[in-house]
Write a protein that binds this ligand. Structure first.
Ligand SMILES: *Cc1c(COP(=O)(O)O)cnc(C)c1O
Ligand SMILES: *[C@@H]1O[C@H](CO)[C@@H](O)[C@H](O)[C@H]1NC(C)=O
Ligand SMILES: *[C@@H]1O[C@H](CO)[C@@H](O)[C@H](O)[C@H]1NC(C)=O
Ligand SMILES: *[C@@H]1O[C@H](CO)[C@@H](O)[C@H](O)[C@H]1NC(C)=O
Length: 548
């Protein structure tokens, strides 16, 4: 993804220098001129459609971003320069994948190949890739416990379902039952004692999309809301921003308390109005691993008569079992009146193979707002619960096998060890004088920031060189690690490596001032006046991922 930085940097410099050259004015004059040109041209070229200010965007930043876009579009030479640079960035991005792309296949072979021949290639690939994901130095990504026998049995069981299609519930009654049972068992964990009302999805993102879709349809039908908004902690997962983009809903991001790193309730409340369809809280959120005040949020939602989604994608299976061990996370499920939906991922700490999550709803009526059905299609009556049409029964089978094979007792033990490791890790990092853990993470992720002038992205750079594959956060700059059964044995080493990194930085302060590639990426994206421009540049990365 780093090549997008170069592209962004060059784009930014070129745009700045090209206006300087053409106007020989200082920045403020350029700005005024830019405003003028932008307004006139927008008016003419967009047939009097003026751009809209984003929610809570200051007039200043709105003007800056419009000037920036105006200059890109109307300054001679800038857009063709950008196109050229984009092509270069794409080439360079593709190059970084190229070295791992071997024996390319461009066409279906004329004659089918034998199993052994095909498998020969697979073996090379698996051996190579497993060195990455099995290194024990990776944040999140692979959640399953280290248990070869379990993994083999799960593969053996799920292979029976690779051709099944639970959309045809009449033909595959077993797949249908597994799916219904996974929903039931998951709902039971979250306070749905009688019926569990939910659906099985392909992952946390789909669960969240469907929840937001349900709230939008509910609010439109029952409250007549046609310009809906959602009020979410700014730390809520990217999937909420995505749902808003897909379904044309306004996002109102509430601030985070810089001490607890959980949502600031006062700020959150100030964004709620008569067009708000739901609020959101996470247990925990991805960036900091902290838990939003779920009980208070439920009270707010109930009082305002709006939806409240609890995102338990990441921590659901941990906190639901920790409850049994007397760990106190407060109430976070349907036993709280204001909670109207919960997402929880089997494929994270549910320890199931990838491709399965659950979205639970408080009422059947709310769930129906996420379903799709048509009685008039020429292909016949058609009704599906999620975003998929035909679908695989593998997700349900993998989750079902895993839940039955592990059982409550083992889930509880495993959760306990994740929680313990997380709390220990946070404690050890807080003991490093240069660093501070963000808030009080006590579920399964830890994020820390710098307390001194040490650039935390430089620590990330050195950790990456030491083979760690972890995440960075922004606002404030930090380093995040999701604790899994894979990396627990190496967390001691992780802390040692952090300490070593700090020593290296202190020994070479000038080399490590800027924070390496991540520092450059965030530095540049924050300088670019239009956030969508920077976001769009990241799409180049996806082009390269999908390129052979
Ligand atoms: C992972 C995650 C999601 C999204 O789940 P995917 O399975 O990656 O789509 C949502 N919320 C949180 C807090 C997460 O960590
Ligand atoms: C490419 O394919 C050939 C023939 O199947 C095989 O011998 C070789 O090992 C493969 N190379 C890699 C790097 O996988
Ligand atoms: C908790 O973690 C510490 C340090 O990693 C370890 O020594 C201890 O055995 C763990 N305790 C439990 C109950 O897992
Ligand atoms: C976090 O890091 C992992 C491992 O490098 C990476 O695969 C993943 O995309 C990162 N996630 C985010 C949200 O940055």
């Amino acid at each position: 993804m780093y090549q997008t930085i170069d592209f962004l940097k060059q784009a930014y410099t070129q745009i700045k220098s090209s206006i300087r050259w053409q106007t020989k004015l200082d920045e403020f004059d350029i700005l005024l001129l830019g405003v003028f040109i932008t307004i006139i041209l927008h008016f003419i070229l967009n047939r009097l459609r003026l751009p809209r200010r984003e929610y809570n965007q200051s007039y200043w930043s709105f003007i800056k971003s419009q000037v920036f876009l105006g200059l890109i579009n109307y300054c001679p030479g800038v857009s063709s320069f950008l196109e050229k640079k984009k092509e270069e960035a794409l080439k360079s991005l593709s190059h970084s994948f190229e070295k791992h792309t071997v024996n390319k296949t461009y066409k279906i072979p004329e004659n089918g190949m034998g199993y052994d021949k095909i498998n020969e290639r697979l073996k090379n690939w698996i051996d190579r890739d497993s060195k990455n994901y099995n290194s024990g130095k990776v944040s999140g990504s692979l959640y399953v416990q280290n248990d070869e026998k379990f993994i083999e049995e799960c593969q053996e069981f799920t292979k029976n379902f690779i051709y099944s299609n639970p959309m045809h519930a009449d033909l595959w009654p077993a797949s249908r039952q597994l799916e219904a049972e996974v929903i039931k068992m998951t709902g039971e964990l979250f306070g749905q004692e009688k019926d569990s009302i939910g659906m099985l999805t392909t992952g946390g993102t789909e669960s969240i999309l469907l929840a937001i879709l349900a709230y939008r349809n509910w609010a439109e039908n029952e409250k007549g809301i046609t310009s809906p908004n959602i009020v979410i902690p700014e730390t809520a997962h990217a999937a909420f921003y995505r749902a808003a983009e897909y379904f044309k809903i306004q996002v109102r991001a509430a601030k985070i308390n810089q001490k607890t790193f959980t949502v600031d309730l006062k700020d959150l409340k100030s964004h709620i109005d008569s067009n708000t369809i739901c609020i959101v809280g996470s247990i925990p959120n991805f960036p900091y691993g902290t838990q939003d005040p779920i009980e208070e949020l439920a009270t707010i939602a109930k009082k305002k008569k709006i939806g409240f989604h609890v995102d338990a994608c990441l921590g659901g299976f941990i906190v639901a079992f920790a409850k049994e061990k007397g760990m106190n996370y407060g109430k976070f499920d349907f036993t709280l009146d204001g909670v109207t939906s919960i997402s929880c991922d089997q494929h994270k700490h549910g320890l199931a193979p990838k491709g399965v999550s659950t979205i639970l709803f408080k009422t059947r009526q709310l769930r129906q707002y996420a379903f799709f059905s048509t009685a008039t299609w020429s292909g016949g009556a058609y009704a599906v619960p999620t975003t998929q049409g035909s679908k695989s029964g593998i997700g349900a089978a993998g989750a079902w096998f895993t839940m039955l094979a592990i059982g409550r007792k083992k889930y509880t033990e495993l959760s306990k060890s994740i929680i313990n490791a997380t709390i220990q890790l946070a404690k050890q990092i807080n003991e490093i004088p240069e660093l501070e853990v963000c808030g009080q993470p006590n579920i399964n992720c830890v994020c820390f920031k710098s307390k001194t002038n040490i650039n935390v992205y430089s620590i990330h750079q050195i950790l990456t060189e030491k083979g760690w594959n972890i995440n960075t956060t922004q606002n404030p700059p930090g380093i995040h690690i999701s604790v899994t059964h894979q990396n627990i044995p190496n967390l001691k080493l992780f802390v040692q490596d952090i300490k070593q990194a700090i020593q290296e930085i202190k020994a070479n302060p000038s080399k490590y001032k800027k924070g390496g590639e991540m520092g450059a990426l965030y530095g540049t994206t924050q300088k670019i006046p239009d956030s969508k421009f920077a976001g769009n540049a990241l799409k180049l990365y996806l082009d390269s991922v999908l390129k052979l």
